[in-house]
Design a protein around this ligand. Structure first.
Ligand SMILES: Nc1ncnc2c1ncn2[C@@H]1O[C@H](COP(=O)(O)OP(=O)(O)OP(=O)(O)O)[C@@H](O)[C@H]1O
Length: 275
């Protein structure tokens, strides 16, 4: 099962948000999308999920154009973890996880004992079995994020797309979610899946030993292993601030932005200037 996006132009109707974007993901891969606010990460995700038509180029999922696949068919192959927001009315966390089975149940199917077992198993795998009967809307942001990851797991899709899975998480939960993502892809056999995620933290790409698509203004600026893409030069060029990349005593690379206001430019990204 492979996702292959080639030479995509993305956008909304006549508004082109990005061009020349390519991306390949297989089970076992971690692919990180990095780039400034408004550079087109969410739009790219919506396009590769088949929620938004590509303006040019192709998205192939399992060897077949995504535009020719039905939603349920896509959902069996690729799961989506949106950013965790609280729903307006209460659900048990277990029910939220069970919603991931919908793609497998058909229109009027009711979840059965096997679906419940799968949901409990996914929660246990993520260390949140004890949250099963808690009110989802009252969980913390980190707990909710893990519930949504469990929901994606029970979909039993080979690929999972995560939109900023660590946004709004505290330091501890962030590390916990990252560790879980690493675990998902390292599982051997049928259980190992591919993860495509967006993040605003380049250190996460190093921590996950990810392949990186570094975007700027809707275009690929660099693509490849974190080590070769996330250089001081590339990061400085894309984010418009001086950045140094250092290696810790433990051997992991970390990025250090300059906090010197003299050298900081004015904010240039679309999202911030438009706000
Ligand atoms: N529905 C829409 N119609 C037209 N333009 C849109 C729409 N949604 C987003 N855009 C524009 O597309 C561009 C890319 O937005 P997108 O949300 O993909 O960026 P992003 O990289 O995910 O940003 P962030 O890091 O801030 O989440 C922005 O200029 C945005 O204003």
């Amino acid at each position: 099962m492979m996702l292959e996006a080639r030479d995509l132009s993305i956008g909304y109707g006549t508004t082109v948000v990005g061009t020349r974007l390519s991306l390949v993901a297989r089970p076992g891969d971690v692919v990180c999308l990095l780039g400034p606010n408004g550079c087109g990460k969410t739009t790219l995700f919506r396009t590769i999920l088949g929620l938004l038509p590509a303006l040019a180029g192709s998205v192939m999922l399992g060897g077949k154009p995504i535009a020719q696949q039905r939603r349920a068919e896509i959902a069996r192959r690729i799961a989506y973890v949106p950013q965790a927001h609280a729903p307006p009315f209460p659900f048990e966390a277990l029910d939220v996880v069970l919603m991931g089975r919908t793609a497998r149940l058909g229109l009027f199917g009711q979840p059965g004992a096997r679906d419940r077992a799968a949901a409990r198993h996914a929660m246990a795998r993520l260390g949140i079995a004890d949250l099963a009967h808690r009110d989802y809307s009252r969980l913390s942001g980190g707990q909710r994020q893990l519930v949504l990851i469990a929901r994606a797991l029970v979909q039993e899709a080979a690929l999972i797309v995560m939109d900023e899975p660590t946004a709004s998480l505290d330091f501890g939960n962030r590390a916990q979610v990252l560790a879980q993502i690493a675990g998902l892809t390292r599982d051997t056999g049928a259980a190992g899946c591919g993860v495509i995620l967006s993040t605003h933290d380049p250190d996460q790409a190093f921590a996950l030993d990810a392949r990186v698509l570094l975007m700027k203004d809707g275009r690929p600026h660099a693509e490849g292993p974190a080590d070769t893409v996330l250089t001081a030069r590339n990061l400085s060029a894309v984010y418009g601030i001086p950045v140094t990349v250092e290696t810790t005593r433990g051997g992991r690379k970390v990025c250090l932005p300059s906090l010197d206001l003299q050298s900081a430019p004015t904010m240039t990204s679309d999202a911030l200037t438009m706000a």
